[in-house]
Design a protein around this ligand. Sequence first.
Ligand code: ZN
Length: 544
Amino acid sequence: MKKFFLFVFVGIGILSCAQKAKVDLLVYNATIYTVDSKFSTAEAMAVKDGKIIDVGKTADLQNKYEATGKLDAEGKFIYPGFIDAHAHFFGYGSSLQNADLVGTESWGAILDVLKKFASTHPDGWLLGRGWDQNDWAAKDFPTNDKLNELFPGRPVLLTRVDGHAAIANKKALEIANVKAGDKLIGGDIEVKNGMLTGILIDNAVGLVRRFVPPSTEAQTKKSLVEAQANCFAMGLTTIDDCGSGFGSVELVKKMQEAGELKMRMYIMLSDGTANYNWAKKNGKLKTDRLNVRSFKVYADGALGSRGACLLEPYADKPGHYGFLLSSQQHFDSVAKVIYDLGFQMCTHAIGDSGNRTMLKIYAKYLKGKNDRRWRIEHAQVINKNDFNLFGDYNIVPSVQPTHGTSDMYWAGDRLGAERVKGAYAFKQLLQQNNWIPLGTDFPVEDISPFKTFYAGVVRKDAKGWPTNGYQMENAMSREETLRGMTIWAAKSNFEENEKGSLEKGKFADFIILDTDLMKQASEKLLQVKVLKTFVGGEKVYESK
Ligand SMILES: [Zn+2]
């Protein structure tokens, strides 16, 4: 017996002095949701050189490792860092520099925000973003009369929350030389009684926006750093930026190399000749923090502004079908270019016709089962006969649960009772490939991943409406929703072997939450707080 104790004692002594492996960080005393294939939990995690080298029990890992940094999680809850599979990081950054019109409840409230904003930002274009007439008592589009009165000499452009419509004042329309009766493809310039109202839909917004002077590199950098800080505070550690130019890619790469930007980025190049040429010349770009191997294409507009392309007319606008933003030949030809480059195609498609058009073009190139992971962004309204195309061709629906709960008040008006059943059908889409990436589309929606989680699982607004949830046959389970925000989002970026779960060999991108997302009462999910955020084992956020 004595001999046995001696043996054990010596054994521990050797382990603790000579054989304990050195690590940079030991996290312990936690409930770690690893989000591995078994959805297992652990207590502790060892990190070295930015990666996880071990996951297990607190006592075991404390015995095995000598850590430079120790983090006692005090019984809190650790999850993989969230991945937003669909966002506009640059757009969000620049929106932080413009008048914030999100949540304004009337046209008058917008004018008040602008007056205040203009007094502190006196020069150049007056830009704002985030208004939504569906939130107002009077749900009609506004006209620009008051903008012309308030700002006669200063151009004003206010983008709608979905980015697919805007209102411009007279000065801005003059600069852009937009006239009543002008026609264009994939857009609409609203005219009432022969006069421009200032409302611009889809491609018409670009007629004015192209005259807005581009921000300087210093301004862009500042906006990205601000965007990053807000994202880290929400537990986001990877952002999919859905559609930027190669210049933005190069800026992000430069900032990441200089340590100015720590966010991991998956950047989709926008559908444009210069970007295709860049991709042909450079091929795919992959570093630990940056992945560029896809193109973002727009099939149609948004449902709110009736730009989404439908198979049958809008229920609340007879004879109006919405429209495709480019010709079918264009979509077909870029699909071929993208396929030949070995890149991923990611297409914004909202209406059932927009979706069908793209699904058929995808099918033509993908031919059958494949691992190209071509994505349909939003996949918002799907005809009941088209769901199977996602599974048959392994097309990835990339969806945003908060779109469902933002649009639920009026989606039925646009689509009618029957057609709306195929809208925001996340569960049905998940079942096509048995996985689905989730995102927010910020700044169209708020950046908060907790809102995504709540909308995905509970399908109610923040006030708990509707009582029984919206089209609950399409609610996802908590596990599915969490997977959609982590490992499945990583998979949609071809990154499931390096992130999205807390397993040996993966990046130590993780967050500590104050309460357990998997067990917290539904009505309290929106109050869950991030305590700390880590990227590659480095703390990038801590709550005050
Ligand atoms: Zn988007």
